[in-house]
Ligand binder design. Structure first.
Ligand code: HGY
Ligand code: MN
Ligand code: MN
Length: 415
């Protein structure tokens, strides 16, 4: 017999299957527009079709399933999350949301039930930004906010985004066709693992998200002078890496002193990168987040000032490039309300919490009101292969999402 538990079990098996599609044999790494993303899209296409959806892949590589409404000219409700990953990732960040959405549609399909609105499930091609250091490529294309200049950006192997999209089977010249017309949209809802410890500490399987906090991502490059490690005296060096190192420590110190601020330098590349060569150029990523937009703005200005002062002192040059930013975004009150009621009907206590992690929902908010449902994860661990969810919790999330869609349907019928 099919129960929410047995379907949740299948969802976790599917997460495990997608988790095996990786660029690296020892761990899960799935960057934008790579061969494992093609395997993922093929599997997701099959599961969407089995759930009664028509499926298409758009020009940037998002996979989109559509389940028709009970009447023509109906509006559409969107569900989804992302299918790419960070480096050495867990299996649930992103795919859990896509697969729970597909499972929910499958429940409707098996009952031959149509709602007064169509449902589209989006599996976004990139959210993490691992390959091009620009996050949300998939949802930005759908929301029509992807800056075209990113297409010329190379990855670590010198492959431009334009080439990568073409090789993947997409079309970088027609990204405008990815943009979702918003005139028929009712909203967007994303299921996602919490990636933090709040739900586990409260002993609750799911929670609703109040807001997604603001974030900025920068690429900071220090350029000094490469030279011979054995012949250039210490006082005559222009070492880009030592300048960058001092900056990294200053960023951490400042973030520790500022309530609510988190700042992370997670990627660093050293050029030319040899043990006997003084580093001539260092590029690092800087990710800064705060719930208050003004404070986030001020701190980023201070960080830039710190980098410039540091560079001056060490006689190296610095360039500061912001690659992505969004302010704090509130989830839609009404959708939140419906989600809360669905949780109560499921016999669960309701907890509402902000998200420190970024999500496609933040970008989809450009198009339509959005809401998010978090699922408890083991010790709040994420961006780590230890990421884990319980099958019982996924079963609750599935039932809550189903109730949510049915109450939305009820509302539409009586509107
Ligand atoms: O970085 C983030 O917050 C998200 O996991 N992509
Ligand atoms: Mn993530
Ligand atoms: Mn995610």
């Amino acid at each position: 017999m099919t129960t929410p538990y047995s379907i949740a079990y299948t969802i976790l098996q599917q997460c495990a299957q997608l988790g095996s599609y990786s660029e690296e044999s020892e761990c899960l790494t799935r960057r934008f527009a790579t061969p494992p993303m093609r395997q993922v899209n093929a599997a997701v296409t099959q599961w969407m079709q089995e759930a009664g959806m028509s499926v298409r892949q758009d020009a940037i590589g998002n996979i989109i399933g559509r389940y028709e409404a009970d009447h023509a000219d109906a509006k559409t409700f969107l569900l989804g999350s992302h299918l790419d990953s960070v480096r050495d990732a867990g299996k649930y960040d992103g795919p859990l949301g896509v697969l729970t959405a597909i499972a929910c549609v499958r429940l409707l399909h098996e009952r031959q039930q149509r709602l007064p609105f169509a449902i589209e499930v989006f599996g976004f091609a990139d959210e993490e930004g691992l390959r091009y250091h620009v996050p949300y490529l998939g949802s930005q294309a759908v929301a029509g906010v992807l800056a075209p200049h990113h297409l010329d950006q190379p990855d670590v192997d010198g492959i431009t985004m334009r080439e990568a999209i073409r090789t993947f089977g997409g079309d970088p010249d027609t990204l405008a066709t990815c943009v979702r017309d918003k005139s028929d949209l009712l909203g967007y809802c994303e299921v996602h693992i919490e990636q933090g410890p709040v739900l586990e500490k409260s002993d609750i399987p799911v929670g609703v998200v109040t807001a997604i906090i603001g974030q900025r991502r920068m690429n900071v490059t220090f350029t000094g002078e490469a030279g011979h490690a054995g012949t250039v005296p210490m006082n005559l060096r222009h070492d880009a890496l030592t300048a960058a190192s001092i900056f990294i420590v200053l960023v951490e110190q400042k973030a520790q002193q500022h309530a609510g601020l988190v700042a992370t330098i997670g990627q660093i590349s050293v050029y030319p990168g040899a043990s006997n060569v003084i580093p001539g150029k260092v590029t690092l990523s800087l990710d800064v987040r705060h719930a208050d937009d003004d404070q986030l703005e001020q701190v980023c200005q201070q960080f830039e000032q710190m980098a410039r002062e540091m560079a001056k002192k060490r006689q190296v040059a610095v360039t500061w490039q912001q690659v992505q930013q969004h302010g704090s975004i509130r989830c839609d009150h009404h959708l939140l309300d419906l989600l809360q009621r669905a949780i109560e009907q499921q016999g669960q206590r309701v907890i509402a919490l902000p998200s420190g992690a970024g999500h496609d929902a933040a970008i989809m908010n450009h198009l339509t009101p959005m809401a998010m449902l978090f699922v408890r994860c083991y010790k709040g661990i994420s961006h780590n292969p230890l990421e884990s969810v319980k099958v019982e919790d996924v079963a609750v999330a599935l039932s809550v999402l189903e109730r949510f869609l049915l109450s939305l349907a009820q509302e539409q019928r009586t509107a």
